[in-house]
Write a protein that binds this ligand. Structure first.
Ligand code: GRF
Length: 188
């Protein structure tokens, strides 16, 4: 059975693209029904358009509260029978409304070996700390910041003094690890 998913992103969307390409290669039996973004001008919107995938884009400031915009998102997702929420660079904490509507069905990818370096700029945090090995974590999402149960991890060697090169390595690993991990989860 093809698993229906929504990808949430706030930025470039390279992980969104890696997942979509894995689907198109026939490696991941899933369909991205919707891209959800809180940044209407994010590059992920262009990528989604190129693949012909619908986008639900919203500005949180237009809503009274997180519960209000999340209820709209839940409606859109349920309307498309979405089963899993896949966060890929979505820069907001997921609230109770979404978590209650999709229990144990929200996953995230984070660019560090959690529990080290949660939150923003995990790559910068790791480099400032001087670690030699960092990595990538895929985890279930709970109400905390990058705190849910860990599903998969991969190590990445830091390129000392070169943030860009380190980031590039991390992205490459993410683009392999996320589709592979989703495949495992959806086949369970
Ligand atoms: C990735 O590094 C991911 O781990 C983090 O945000 C970044 C998103 O990159 N949560 P992209 O938008 O998928 O290119």
């Amino acid at each position: 059975m093809t698993t229906k998913i929504a990808v949430f992103a706030s930025g470039s969307g390279s992980n969104f693209q890696a997942i979509q390409e894995s689907i198109e290669r026939g490696e991941l039996n899933a369909k991205i029904e919707l891209v959800v973004t809180d940044k209407p001008n994010a590059y992920v919107v262009k990528r989604a358009e190129q693949f012909g995938i619908p986008v639900f884009s919203f500005s949180p400031k237009d809503y009274e509260s997180k519960a209000t915009y999340e209820s709209e998102i839940v409606k859109a997702l349920k309307g498309k029978s979405v089963e899993w929420i896949v966060l890929a660079g979505y820069m907001r904490l997921i609230g109770e409304t979404l978590l209650t509507a999709f229990p144990n069905k929200v996953v995230n990818i984070h660019p560090s070996l959690l529990p080290s370096f949660p939150g923003k700029d995990a790559i910068g945090q790791a480099m400032d700390h001087g670690v030699k090995i960092t990595g990538v974590t895929v985890h279930y999402v709970d109400e905390g910041m990058d705190t849910g149960p860990i599903i998969a991890q991969a190590a990445v060697e830091v390129v000392e003094g070169d943030r860009e090169a380190t980031e590039e390595r991390i992205h490459q690993v993410e683009h392999q690890l996320y589709p592979k991990t989703l495949k495992r989860l959806f086949e369970k």
